[in-house]
Design a protein around this ligand. Structure first.
Ligand SMILES: [Zn+2]
Ligand SMILES: [Zn+2]
Length: 376
């Protein structure tokens, strides 16, 4: 088949690549329809390998080695199912919950000896697994190729009400959905989203899916604020305010601060704002991926009003199911998801018109989708 291969930092090649085949009776083969380019893919290209195994290393879950086909934000059509798979059949439209953890080793018993579960997996928090990885990163060939094969438990059917291109955004919206779950968010509560990039925008949609009251998105770039507004948030430009914390809190006077905040930027000022703009007992969730640098943090900013600060790591399969339901029910409107798709590129152009476009025109793009099998 045709597809892209990640060899090393800065080294992606589009060519004939090995077509994955079902090797375990609990796997499913999917013909990829659309696959979004993620910030993680760009990090691997510019600074990696991070999730991909380094040259000479093997992935502990599957035994995979580079080169590996990237791409983990996929929608597709079931091509073939293993003999034990009963919930899917060829022709079904699906999305793939891309994570892999200790329980996935069983699918790769031809190449790896399954090991005991790590403590996070034992505790039912597979997204916090010490081996955490993803299809299209270190575990198996991903969605920038024509076909993928993955464990059936990761593959969810999408109803006809969800067009197959918008279905590729179920993955990034699930990242945001998990963050909202981490805040124990209740219908009617108020939320502050810091940053209007892909995950910030996805957070606005995930909050709508949770029936949020007021959603405010703080973002300095005009083009992103306009998009956040289209998705249903009230917008705030922190650069226009002398006292941004006071002015943010004034937007939710009843609670004197937000019930929950979501840092989707990952810079020192958004970290402190995510806590300072909360009302008493509010929860700040870090969804952003941070550079490994220390920042100033004063513990009393939590203590005085018993606020919570936590992080959100990836997603679990239940997040995908909930996002599909929220889109199907109309809580997350399909038109809004479409606003996030800023381009569709042919597979051979994945690097030039996809990766490089996202790197050089960060503000005008949200999600670029690759079409490994042409437009479906
Ligand atoms: Zn991603
Ligand atoms: Zn584990």
């Amino acid at each position: 088949m045709k597809g892209l291969l990640f060899y090393d930092r800065g080294d992606l090649r589009y060519s004939d690549i090995p077509e994955p085949e079902i090797e375990d009776e609990n796997q499913v083969k999917v013909k990829v329809a659309y696959c979004g380019i993620c910030g993680t893919d760009l990090h691997e290209y510019l600074e990696g390998p991070i999730f991909f195994p380094k040259k000479g290393d093997v992935n502990p879950i599957s035994g995979a080695t580079v080169p590996i086909c990237p791409g983990h934000e996929m929608s597709g059509i079931v091509e073939k199912v293993g003999s034990n798979v009963t919930h899917l059949k060829p022709g079904d439209h699906v999305v793939i919950e891309a994570s892999a953890h200790c329980s996935d080793m069983v699918h790769y018993k031809k190449t790896v000896e399954p090991k005991p579960f790590c403590s996070a997996c034992k505790a039912g928090k597979p997204n916090c697994c010490k081996n955490t990885n993803f299809i299209g990163l270190g575990v198996a060939s991903g969605g920038f190729g024509q076909y993928v094969v993955y464990g059936a438990e990761h593959i969810l059917k999408v109803p006809d009400s969800i067009p197959i291109d918008t279905a590729a955004l179920v993955e990034p919206i699930s990242v945001a959905w998990h963050g909202v779950e981490r805040a124990n968010f209740k219908p009617g509560q108020t939320a502050l989203v810091l940053g209007g990039g892909p995950i910030g925008l996805a957070s606005i949609l995930a909050l709508r899916g949770h029936k949020a009251g007021k959603i405010v998105c703080s973002e300095p770039a005009l083009i992103r604020r306009e998009l956040a507004k289209k998705l249903g948030a009230e917008v705030f430009n922190p650069m226009d305010h002398k006292d941004p914390i006071g002015d943010l809190k004034a937007l939710v006077p009843e609670t004197e601060g937000f019930d929950a905040s979501f840092d989707c930027s990952g810079i020192p000022v958004t970290f402190s704002t995510s806590i300072d703009a909360l009302g008493p007992g509010g929860t700040a969730v870090n969804v952003a991926i941070w550079a490994d640098k220390p920042i100033k943090y004063i513990p009393m900013c939590l203590t005085y009003q018993e606020k919570f600060a936590t992080g959100s790591m990836g997603y679990v399969v239940d997040d995908f199911a909930a996002v599909i339901k929220a889109i199907d029910s109309g809580l997350i409107p399909i038109d809004c998801i479409r606003h996030m798709i800023t381009g569709k590129v042919e597979p051979k152009d994945t690097v030039e018109k996809g990766f490089k476009e996202l790197i050089t025109h960060k503000e005008t793009n949200v999600k670029i989708l690759v079409t490994p099998n042409g437009r479906i």
